[in-house]
Ligand binder design. Structure first.
Ligand SMILES: [Zn+2]
Length: 114
């Protein structure tokens, strides 16, 4: 984002971060940057949260993504597992959050019967 000339504050709460991560996984960063660039705001946008609320959540899935939804295994029901992206959010010892494929129900998870 910063490389695209868009400098915004990424201060937001955990729920918003999860939403951003989901959009990133679904639509891709290119679509997010394109949307941010195309956004007309009266004042300079200082918070990435603005883009999130303004339209990132409505971005369509990127077309390059392989069509795997038909063969998706059923959601495992784990509370940390996102039923749409099939990823789990984890936090390492430095407090940095990341999304990992769910080992139980992600279509590309290792060990899952093909
Ligand atoms: Zn799962």
């Amino acid at each position: 984002m910063t490389e695209a000339g868009i400098v915004v504050s990424w201060t937001m709460n955990a729920d918003d971060w999860q939403a951003v991560a989901r959009v990133l996984d679904r639509a891709g960063v290119e679509a997010m940057v394109a949307f941010a660039r195309g956004t007309k705001a009266r004042e300079p946008v200082r918070f990435a949260k603005f883009f999130l609320k303004a339209g990132w959540v409505g971005l369509p899935p990127k077309s390059t993504k392989p069509v795997a939804s038909l063969g998706k295994p059923p959601h495992c029901g784990h509370p940390d597992c996102d039923p749409i992206t099939r990823t789990r959010e984890s936090e390492n010892d430095r407090g940095i959050r990341s999304l990992d494929r769910c080992p139980n129900c992600h279509p590309n998870a290792k060990g899952h019967a093909a």
